[in-house]
Design a protein around this ligand. Structure first.
Ligand code: FE2
Length: 288
């Protein structure tokens, strides 16, 4: 457990808009909710996608995500509960489970699979896609697994527990730091009656997604299974939220790239030509 230095904010961001995710299916038939869809990629630049999955019905997850490619961005998988085996074309393998996280930089291309290693019980978590700047899209792919114990955590005087997946919050540095987009990714657990504040750089686009209970930002409630896009209010230096019931949410923020976004499924580049090249490279077996 790390020691936090509680930041005093001058002004909190507000909720600009509440977004309800879209139920969909991906991989070989995994049921999930796409919270951040293509339509929000510009508004929430540098984030491209957020999927929330959570079910105790094996039919919803058992098929997993067999071999598939990625190019041009990073994927961050955070498992609240469950066990998922990861394998990639470069021969790497890892087990992602209960509270653990995997950060993958697909860069120039990786082919990987994500297959559940459980036949019953709950599987719950998130996959976030973070864009890479044009200059890094063709970097060599790599990834890092973090077991739950490797994710720095702090508890405030008001008993709010915060897991710092990326960036830093109230003086506690997270498991990952990335240049250019400088992502902040927190998993925040509030007991009923708690208030919590954290700084968010004014340059960043930011959102919260509540996965248990409900929170309030100013006088705006955000219920479970809802995303609240945070306003880019000039002068607002962070976020203050409160909970009248036990609540859990993720807070995600990043510095926009302001570059063209051209997506074709698992490839996200800057131009149509680069997408054609990605498809050719994949078909010709040139991915790592
Ligand atoms: Fe993937």
């Amino acid at each position: 457990m790390k020691t936090a230095t509680q930041t005093t904010l001058h002004q909190s961001r507000n909720i600009e808009r509440i977004v309800q995710g879209v139920a969909t299916s991906d991989g070989a038939g995994v049921s999930l909710t796409r919270v951040l869809t293509g339509k929000l990629q510009r508004r929430l630049d540098p984030f491209l996608m957020l999927d929330a999955f959570g079910s105790d019905d094996p039919d919803d997850y058992i098929a997993g995500f067999p071999d598939h490619p990625h190019r041009g961005f990073e994927t961050i998988t955070y498992m609240l509960a469950g066990r998922m085996r990861h394998r990639d074309s470069a021969g790497h393998e890892g087990l992602l489970q209960n509270g653990g996280m995997q950060w993958m930089v697909a860069g120039s291309g990786a082919v990987h699979s994500e297959i559940p290693e459980q036949e019953e019980g709950v599987m719950e978590g998130f996959q976030l896609w973070l864009n890479l700047p044009a200059k890094n899209k063709m970097d060599k792919p790599w990834y890092k697994d973090f077991s739950s114990e490797k994710i720095p955590e702090y508890t405030t005087a008001g008993n709010v527990t915060v897991r710092v997946i990326a960036g830093s919050s109230n003086g506690v540095a997270g498991a990952m730091t990335r240049e250019t987009t400088e992502p902040l990714y927190l998993d925040i657990h509030l007991p009923a009656g708690a208030i919590f504040s954290t700084a968010i750089p004014q340059t960043h686009n930011a959102f919260i997604y509540v996965y248990r209970g409900a929170v309030q930002v100013g006088d705006m409630p955000v219920e479970a299974q809802r995303m609240g896009i945070l306003s880019n209010t000039p002068g607002a230096d962070g976020l203050t939220l409160s909970a009248s019931e036990d609540a859990r949410l993720i807070l995600v923020a990043g510095k926009p790239l302001n570059e063209p976004i051209v997506q074709y499924g698992p490839f996200v580049m800057n131009t149509q030509e680069e997408i054609h090249l990605a498809l050719d490279d994949f078909r010709n077996g040139h991915f790592a």
